[in-house]
Ligand binder design. Structure first.
Ligand SMILES: Cc1cc2nc3c(=O)[nH]c(=O)nc-3n(C[C@H](O)[C@H](O)[C@H](O)COP(=O)(O)OP(=O)(O)OC[C@H]3O[C@@H](n4cnc5c(N)ncnc54)[C@H](O)[C@@H]3O)c2cc1C
Length: 596
């Protein structure tokens, strides 16, 4: 069974050395009292919860899956999930970064980000139950009425109730403008909602006493398309005026999906049969309100992917040091043994280092983004809030898609390190591959993320936000440009920065002639910009490692070697991506549809 050791040292490096997070957070009124020891202590405890409570039920949860009782419509999560959730609630973990007004602990998003990384490493399927709840909390916190907030937020904060996100219907996933669920206004101001939702994560389960569904539906007078969608909060059990549970609302689980991975999470078909709900935000503006939850979920998917990359890497390293096969080409490295451990073989190292560079780069970028999110939420300077909001909006599709694509590559490499054993269930490696695959698809496929990045976030504002982000990189290049030791990192960083600028302009020009050019280039383009972000993070980490490596701490020696590996072996992928992005639309559209 796979093991998991929370990477606390690397988290502390990112927090305290790379980002100087405490100094930055202290400037925000909401976090003026934060200190390094508190953050470290929370993460240490959180790591214990992840590795001691969640890891042991990951493989078994995958094997057992969830079960639906078709008569009662109740769903049971795998053995141990309910008890682990009770422990999670008991420990106050759901409240970590929630608003103190509703019982939260008010810690930064950044701390929650690391907590979730560890839980995702330990057990992605389990972590989706609280993860979806936290997204529902955020949407209601941003858009709920005072009554909705006082009814739902304290219970979502404590974790006594969980939440879901009900968007997808059988005929509509990406294109939510097609959705058909209906909301009929009632005399008392509530709505009766009827329709069918599919693929609803954590849609029904036995972990919590109530489930709060956030449901997209159409009002009777709704305009066609995405401008006619409203958001409703629909509890599994109606809530009485005194906050206690009332009668069962007709919102049922009609079936569970049999899926490739994340078996421990109930992916539910949800039937709404005149279920009572209340409107969240303005009529027909539900999609905007839901975007709060969707953006949180997109960052969450990046974090799921980071978690899986890390845990797959950790286990593959242990295996590669233990498994002996063949001799090193340059001669025996363990002459006392009948063969060398496979970690001596260059290609095994390449697979391990790929996963490691993706994990550490992903951690740095995700933490950087979470810190910008804290500033966007809590700065008392409106300009800073806006600038950080824009940067988070730019980075969100990159985190979602680049880190999940990387996780698919990394978990697959780590499985390969195990040879045939990686393909066998008991080792747990094939589960990481299967679990990671969904991250590229849900919460808007990675194609959709790339269209959002290139079409909306970059070309949509003439590259203004990208330029601002690019300016930060250019400043770093300028500062470090004269350091000889940094040349191996600064030169390729500056080069990829220039290439992104040129590529963006070129696609922008082509898109004037034919908007389909955006669709032809977007996926490759996102990966190139993802590498720009990683190269920026890795160059900054390399600078610290160069400064500190002579102090004798092997952590910095390893960091520097991984940075070198990233620049030498992974970043060059951008050359071919730029070529394919530039190859444009014609090779894709030349063939008539009938010839497929
Ligand atoms: C395990 C699981 C859990 C999920 N959890 C939830 C949940 O909790 N709540 C929820 O509401 N939904 C959930 N989903 C649904 C998920 O978000 C959708 O499956 C996803 O958004 C894609 O929608 P779709 O499956 O209908 O695919 P489609 O929209 O039919 O897309 C099919 C293909 O066409 C591509 N495509 C579509 N439009 C374009 C375009 N304009 N340009 C280029 N390519 C395009 C897509 O990228 C995709 O490759 C979940 C799904 C799964 C499998």
């Amino acid at each position: 069974m796979p093991q998991y050791n929370p990477p606390l040292r690397d988290m502390q490096f990112v927090l305290h050395e790379l980002l100087h997070a405490v100094d930055e957070l202290k400037l925000l009124p909401a976090h003026a009292e934060i200190d390094e020891d508190t953050i470290n202590a929370v993460l240490e405890e959180g790591g214990k919860f992840a590795s001691e409570v969640l890891t042991p039920i990951n493989l078994s949860g995958d094997q057992e899956g969830c079960t639906l009782d078709k008569t009662t419509h109740e769903v049971k999560a795998p053995k141990g999930f309910k008890e682990a959730y009770a422990q999670y609630v008991e420990g106050g973990w759901p409240a970590l970064s929630c608003d103190p007004e509703y019982g939260g602990q008010g810690l930064p998003v950044l701390v929650n980000q690391f907590m979730y990384e560890m839980m995702n490493s330990a057990n992605q399927a389990w972590t989706m139950y609280p993860g979806l709840s936290h997204g529902a909390y955020e949407a209601l916190h941003a858009h709920g009425t005072p009554e909705q907030k006082s009814t739902y937020l304290p219970k979502l904060t404590s974790g006594v109730w969980t939440g879901t996100m009900c968007l997808t219907e059988p005929h509509c996933g990406t294109d939510l403008g097609l959705l058909r669920s209906k909301a009929e206004p009632q005399a008392d101001g509530s709505y009766k909602i009827t329709g069918q939702k599919i693929f609803i994560s954590a849609g029904e389960h036995d972990l919590a006493e109530n489930i709060i569904h956030l449901v997209l539906a159409r009002l009777p007078d709704a305009p066609q398309g995405s401008k006619g969608i409203s958001l409703f909060v629909v509890p599994k059990f109606n809530v009485k005026a005194d906050g206690s549970l009332g009668e069962r609302n007709p919102v049922y689980c009609g079936g569970l999906e049999h899926k490739m991975g994340i078996h421990g999470n109930a992916t539910a078909q949800i039937v709404l049969d005149g279920a009572v709900g209340t409107l969240v935000g303005q009529p027909h503006k539900g999609l905007q309100a839901m975007f709060v939850m969707m953006n949180a979920a997109r960052l969450g998917v990046g974090n799921q992917s980071l978690g899986l990359t890390e845990v797959a890497y950790q286990n593959a390293v242990v295996y590669a040091k233990d498994r002996i096969q063949m001799r090193a080409l340059s001669g025996p490295k363990s002459p006392d043994k009948p063969a060398d451990p496979i970690i001596v073989h260059p290609d095994v190292r390449k697979m391990l280092l790929t996963a490691r560079a993706f994990a550490e780069g992903g951690r740095a970028l995700s933490a950087y983004t979470a810190l910008q999110l804290d500033k966007a939420l809590s700065s008392d300077d409106a300009d800073e809030r806006k600038a950080c909001e824009d940067e988070v909006a730019l980075l969100t599709p990159i985190i979602k898609a680049f880190i999940s694509d990387n996780a698919w590559i990394a978990t697959s490499h780590c499985m390969q390190v195990y040879g045939g054993h990686g393909y066998i269930h008991e080792w747990g490696m094939e589960q990481f591959v299967r679990d990671s695959r969904i991250n590229m698809t849900y919460e808007g496929t990675n194609t959709v993320q790339s269209l959002d990045l290139l079409g909306r976030k970059i070309l949509g504002n003439n590259g203004a936000t990208l330029k601002k982000f690019g300016k930060k990189i250019a400043e770093f290049v300028e500062e470090e440009g004269t350091s000889e030791a940094m040349q191996e990192f600064i030169n390729p960083l500056a080069d990829i920065g220039d290439k992104v600028t040129k590529l963006t302009t070129e696609i922008g020009m082509k898109a004037f002639q034919n908007p389909d050019e955006v669709g032809a280039a977007a996926v490759d383009y996102l990966r190139v910009v993802g590498h720009l972000c990683f190269a920026y993070m890795w160059a900054r980490m390399a600078k610290l490692a160069l400064e500190k490596k002579d102090g004798g701490d092997p952590f910095y020696t390893a960091k520097l070697a991984t940075a070198r590996f990233y620049f030498a072996k992974l970043l060059p992928e951008t050359a071919s991506l730029i070529r394919t992005a530039r190859a444009g639309l014609n090779p894709l559209m030349e063939m008539d549809e009938a010839l497929f």
